[in-house]
Design a protein around this ligand. Structure first.
Ligand SMILES: [Zn+2]
Length: 140
């Protein structure tokens, strides 16, 4: 048997993420960090398309559900598919919040709050570092 790390090896995975992501993306996606507001790539973006998981390219959100929450992070009122994300209670930093993660790879995306607009009343507050916009208009 080859002595190569395998996909099931946590270390292999960590190295992969480190080589695939920028240090900031790694910190947000894999260490549940939060980028500073108004600094991310997509907080102001209105381009049509789908937002994919930065780590595994799973489609997570659609531009039609993105809205300007004025909070400095990309905000959506619903995920592309409710099975695309996992929501989990997060009591870190002295707050009770609901963490949102990619269902496929466990990448930390952000948090969901109950102060969003109709029709869901939800605000998925997502780090730009956790997603990658795939524009629906192909310019090339
Ligand atoms: Zn993912």
């Amino acid at each position: 048997m080859a002595d190569q790390p395998t996909k099931n090896d946590g270390l292999w995975e960590d190295e992969q993420w480190r080589s695939q992501l920028t240090p900031e993306q790694y910190q947000v996606c894999r260490e549940k960090g939060t980028e500073r507001p108004f600094t991310g790539e997509y907080w102001q973006t209105t381009t049509d398309g789908q937002y994919l998981c930065r780590c595994c390219a799973q489609p997570l959100f659609e531009s039609s559900t993105k809205f300007d929450a004025g909070c400095g992070w990309p905000s959506f009122f619903q995920p592309l598919d409710k099975d695309a994300v996992v929501e989990e209670r997060d009591v870190s930093h002295g707050m009770i919040r609901t963490e949102v993660m990619c269902h496929k790879c466990g990448c930390h995306l952000g948090h969901v709050f109950e102060d969003g607009p109709a029709p869901t009343g939800l605000r998925y507050c997502i780090n730009s570092a956790s997603v990658k916009l795939q524009s629906s208009t192909d310019d090339s």
